[in-house]
Design a protein around this ligand. Structure first.
Ligand code: UD1
Length: 372
């Protein structure tokens, strides 16, 4: 069997890493080996958005780099499709694996499905039911095209069944991103980031912010910044800044709001994990951090009105606060006053999701895979 794995943007890398490790483990333990290649689309290309993750997560160099770069959604999606189709014609894989919900995910899925190549989607079934998020469109369409839908929560299974996807295609395997977190948690303790930034454990809050709905509109961005300004009077805020956000801070001339907030460059996986584990609480609009804080039992205020990961609010430490200035301040103060939300650990977020995926896929003989 020959598999092509596709990754393109930062949140893909921590999901692809454990799958590669599970394939390698399978090949060491079995006589029949799974052949695989890694394709990097190049959606994220800065060293600190891409290269450092390959090093920290011990992902091998990509076999193929498409170099698609930034652009509008259609430009980026179309460029990945055109370049990835050439790879598919040349390499003739039996199966393509895509992860997450970024533009590269949908583009690769479309190219594979149009050539009748079997498609597996890891982290299937997540829904925010907010079509203004580009990721939501990517999720719905990728799931509609996939033959194997690997889910990380019972919510996701329910969402897929509601959309008419047959039960036989859905496999509840757990959370691959948490595979990575559990594997690297101990190693991250060696990071020197706290010393470098002169921070003490639980004496700061961690912030990330990059969703277009929050940072591309000045009014929405301002509502959040007003809350952050208040919160930073009680606790320092550390803010690794995404390139999109940095550009908009400059464009909207918002520098004056960051007096008590430390803006730093985006961090690699190990430094960031150490920073998250040691924080008093996190504020974010990222999808992945909602899950990571739940597993780490760190309170998380999500700066969005909806979440495609409701298990983190129901069972975990996550609270949705949107961009509502008053609500953000109120929930942060509760945490600072010792009234934090406690959570439980979601089922199958146990470090073995990728092995479950490979167990499902290895049962599928290659002649059953290729449709063309
Ligand atoms: C993408 C994903 C989002 C994910 C996020 C994590 C989509 C639709 N969105 O959003 O789901 O949460 O990645 O980071 O796929 N840029 C750089 N260097 C880079 C990459 C981007 O400077 O290495 C700048 C460019 O100016 C680019 C902008 O950031 O235009 C946005 O990049 P893009 O990949 O389009 O979307 P993200 O906002 O990163």
């Amino acid at each position: 069997m020959k598999i092509i794995l596709v990754a393109g943007a930062r949140p893909n890398f921590m999901k692809i890493a454990p799958i590669i490790q599970a394939i390698k483990k399978h090949n060491r333990q079995h006589q029949t080996s799974i052949r695989w290649q890694l394709v990097h689309t190049g959606q994220h290309y800065d060293d600190e958005m891409s290269k450092i993750f390959f090093k920290d997560l011990e992902i091998p160099e990509p076999d193929i780099y498409l170099g698609v770069d930034s652009g509008t959604h259609s430009q980026q999606t179309a460029r990945v499709m055109v370049e990835f189709e050439k790879v598919l014609f040349r390499e003739k894989p039996d199966l393509v694996i895509v992860v997450g919900d970024v533009n590269s995910t949908l583009a690769a899925a479309l190219a594979a499905a149009k050539l009748h190549i079997r498609l597996a989607h890891v982290e299937a079934g997540l829904r925010s039911y907010d079509r203004r998020m580009p990721e939501e469109i990517n999720r719905v369409l990728t799931d509609a095209l996939s033959d194997y839908l690997f889910t990380h929560s019972p919510d996701a299974d329910k969402n897929l069944k509601k959309e008419g996807i047959s039960k036989g295609k859905i496999f509840f395997v757990g959370n691959v991103m948490i595979d990575t977190l559990l594997k690297l948690k101990t190693k991250s303790q060696k990071s020197k980031i706290l010393r470098k930034l002169n921070l003490r454990r639980e004496a700061y809050a961690l912030l990330t912010l990059h969703r277009p709905s929050n940072v591309d509109h000045k009014e929405n961005f301002l509502k959040i910044l007003k809350a952050l300004k208040e919160i930073s009077k009680r606790i320092p805020i550390i803010f690794p800044v995404h390139p999109r956000t940095r550009r908009n801070i400059k464009r909207f001339k918002l520098n004056k709001f960051f007096k008590n907030i430390s803006l730093i460059e985006p961090l690699g996986y190990l430094d960031f994990l150490k920073l998250m584990i040691s924080s008093k609480f996190a504020m974010t609009d990222s999808g992945g951090m909602q899950e990571e804080t739940t597993v780490l039992n760190i309170p998380c205020l999500t700066l969005r009105d909806t979440t495609e990961r409701p298990i983190t609010t129901r069972e975990g430490t996550n609270i949705l606060v949107g961009n509502d200035t008053v609500k953000i301040i109120k929930e942060a103060e509760k945490i600072l006053d010792g009234k934090r939300k406690k959570g439980v650990y979601p089922a199958l977020w146990d470090g073995n999701a990728a092995s479950r995926i490979i167990s499902v896929l290895k049962g599928v003989r290659s002649q059953h895979l290729t449709k063309f």
